[in-house]
Design a binder for this molecule. Structure first.
Ligand code: A2P
Length: 350
């Protein structure tokens, strides 16, 4: 009568929100299995008032599972997603493990739901900062054409997981108490050096790659192309990104500069198109100091857009300020929304 759902990484920053989104979804759910590592096995979590014991993830965890939502890191997905698919589950994977595989759809339901039509058991959920940007850019692209995007992000610490969030809190206390800080995780847990995030923006998210770009920046560039154009190396839209981690617990902010094809487009036209777009809320009234703010976006599923204005030097170019809860639209909500769309399209078998 309903889906048997597994959440992998159920104890994490995203996983706990996945549970919450499953409580709110219209998807028919028969049962929920909560999976993590052996460290959290035995821990008890609530789903719709019911107590569920967290289990260690094993290949057998996926027997009699219809839908598996993964958010426990790329390594865990590489190991267990094939086990889940082999046992007949459809997987929505929130890690970067399969995002760039040309056979695997990378989906934001407001942008490219049709990409799921021929899925082979895995749907990849894009990177959080990419999702909130393309939700706002797609309606602009449809109405006016899109030539170029230059984005600078102000990304929340929860994007790096629960331990990073704890680190921000501890360091902030230490700084306020005039104590020494001892960074262990940020900017990237796997990198050699760690730096203070409290009161200190860090222009590094994930590890460095070629030409001085970080992997997060690489993801924003190539995932945007795959989602909006269908291919990661398509040059029909030029994209570049600078990703900055800021001492904010939840909700990413982005300054997006973009150039449209239609030289007659105005800021009012863009505001009108965005105010009619799915998943977007326009908050743009400079006269009354109205613009999106991270603190107001926490717990909401929408992407909030404001500060929409024409560039003063380049014709057909604009700026906007774009804010969303990175754990919801950037991760847990987008994943559950993908599952809802799969269900509606008959692509999730009962
Ligand atoms: P655990 O609580 O057992 O460590 P976050 O993104 O907040 O860091 O959360 C990561 C999530 O991934 C947690 O739920 C964590 O569970 C889970 N996880 C980490 N390593 C594994 C693993 N080897 N197998 C399954 N789940 C894992």
């Amino acid at each position: 009568s309903g889906y048997r759902v597994a959440v992998v990484g159920a104890t994490g920053a995203v996983g706990t929100r996945m549970i919450q989104m499953l409580e709110e979804t219209s998807l028919p759910i028969e049962s929920v299995r909560l999976l993590a590592s052996s460290r959290s096995a035995g821990k008890q979590l609530k789903f719709n008032g019911q107590t569920i014991t967290v289990e260690e993830t094993t290949p057998e965890s996926f027997e009699e599972v219809d839908l598996a939502l993964f958010s426990a890191g790329g390594g865990v997905s590489k190991q267990f997603v094939p086990e889940a698919v082999k046992r007949g589950a459809v997987v929505v994977d929130n890690t970067s493990a399969f995002r760039m595989d040309p056979k695997i759809p990378l989906v934001v339901p407001e942008v490219n739901p049709e990409a799921m039509e021929n899925h082979q058991g895995i749907i990849a959920n894009p990177n959080c900062s990419t999702i909130q940007m393309v939700v706002a850019l797609e309606p602009i692209k449809k109405a006016f054409g899109l030539k170029q995007v230059v984005v600078t992000t102000f990304q929340a610490v929860s994007g790096a997981g629960q331990r990073a969030l704890n680190e921000l809190e501890e360091e902030s206390q230490e700084v306020l108490n005039n104590e020494a800080v001892d960074p262990q995780i940020l900017p990237a847990a796997g990198d050699k050096k760690h730096y203070q995030i409290a009161f200190n923006p860090l222009p590094q998210i994930d590890v460095f790659e070629d030409e001085g770009y970080t992997h997060e920046e690489w993801k924003m560039i190539h995932e945007t192309k795959k989602i909006m154009l269908g291919e990661m190396n398509d040059s029909a839209i030029k994209v570049t990104a600078t990703c900055v981690r800021v001492p904010v617990p939840v909700a990413h902010s982005e300054e997006v500069y973009f150039e449209v094809e239609d030289q007659n487009a105005t800021a009012d036209d863009i505001r009108r198109v965005l105010s009619e777009a799915d998943g977007v809320v326009v908050q743009d009234d400079p006269e009354h100091q109205i613009y999106p703010q991270a603190v107001n976006a926490v717990g909401k599923k929408d992407v909030f857009v404001g500060r929409i204005r024409p560039d003063q030097e380049n014709e057909g170019s604009f700026h906007m300020w774009n804010v969303s809860d990175n754990l919801l639209k950037g991760a847990a909500w987008n994943s559950v929304e993908i599952a809802e769309k799969l269900h509606e399209q008959g692509l999730l078998h009962l």
